[in-house]
Design a protein around this ligand. Sequence first.
Ligand code: HEM
Length: 459
Amino acid sequence: MADGQVVSATLFSPLRKIPGPKLAGITDLWMLFQVLRGRGSIEIDRCFREYGDIVRIGPSSVVVRKPEDYTEIYVGHKYRKDARMAKLRIFGIENVISAVDPGVHRHLRKLTNPLFTSESVKALQRPLQELLDDLFVHIDQSSRRQESANMWNLYRLLAFDFLGQAAFGNSFAALRKGTEMALMHDMDKFFRLLTIKTGLPSWVYDMTCCIPVSKWQDIVHSETRLMTLDNEIDRKGMPLSESFLCSTILIFLIAGTDTTSTSLAWITWALARYPQIYKRLRKELEVAIPDADILPDYTSLRRLPYLSAVIKEGLRRWPPASLYLPRIAPPGGAVHCGCFIPESTSIGCSPYAMHRNENIFPDPDKYEPERWLEESNGIYTLKSSSEMMSSYMAWSTGVRSCQGQPLAEMELYCVIAALTRRYEFYPDPETTDDSMREFETLLLQPISHSLKIKFEQKF
Ligand code: HEM
């Protein structure tokens, strides 16, 4: 930024009265620096504690955390997605996540919605059961060798295969083989690329692409290599272009693999870490699932209050999509927390910080499924409406909320129920509070990228 621009951002910007770190008022590099050190949302949360419910995190970017602001920003198309999201196009082709224009977005979402209807999702329970059987083979083999199973890796393979099943009608069989496909490595690299691509101005990013460092070039070219997915697609009867199908399926794989596997890992960690919570869930499941080998249908699992609370609280405490989701203030501007926000200002909420607002979630660091339950005559049910729901952002809300939620929720319910009903489990000595420290790339993950768990069969 030139000196003149710094002076104008500091002295004359209509956002100058909004509190925040001094450096953030001058340059977007402050936020990029926090993101690159894995502390994007953690810093936003810290700022809310220091400055209040509205914080300036860039010369033209603010974050808010009150429930009414959250609803206002996300519920409709009034606040469009930030144009930076267009960088999430794959091979330059628009997809549901990258589309900024409401008309294009509506069209793409409608086109892909059939994948997520309750009928489509229910039809996937049987293939999911087959994947669970593969998962149990790995766990049992580890137990026989008196070793822990690394659930971080296994969940990733399972989530990837499950999406393969949903998108192609056939799993990639990565879990059965127990090894990651090259495509998954490229997805990781592409993810890293996106963090940098969305954080930097386009011209700076384009310049960095020329840096002749082989590791960096490997990351830059991950997008081109992802094209090899094209070979895997069975296009029979699909009247859509190859590259459109390919980029759509890829964006689902990218949006849905690590988000779901990371949630599974956090929830499994919580159950292993807090035996009293495991025991209460186990008691509920012993009644609901008399035979550990036969999972009841998903609809009845969804009715279990404690299982539901365990999952909801897992996504609250560790929302995998944790980073601030930017939108653009509408024409004419808007008022938030008593401050005028000029049109085109980037504004949004961070799921991580929303879920740690002490006024709404007391003792927010505590993993406490009970906070979602209410009791009447000794019967516990999930709270039907609560203030907490108005700040719950794990799936976001409104027109741009997670399209894959029905699929992901089925996976979370079935996997957590089957695992808890079948095994007793404990953290391996290598898996500790320290190895599970939160680190945020684009997702909120444990810093070790590992979750070693010891299992004992308990039918
Ligand atoms: C636990 C698992 C998941 C979580 C927590 C999660 C969370 C989210 C969140 C917070 C958003 C909003 C992003 C934004 O506003 O910018 C989102 C969007 C999206 N998610 Fe997920 N997601 C999960 C799994 C999945 C799966 C399995 C799929 C696909 C198969 C998927 C597909 C999408 C798509 C396509 C969007 C963009 C929706 C739109 O803009 O209309 N997600 N997700």
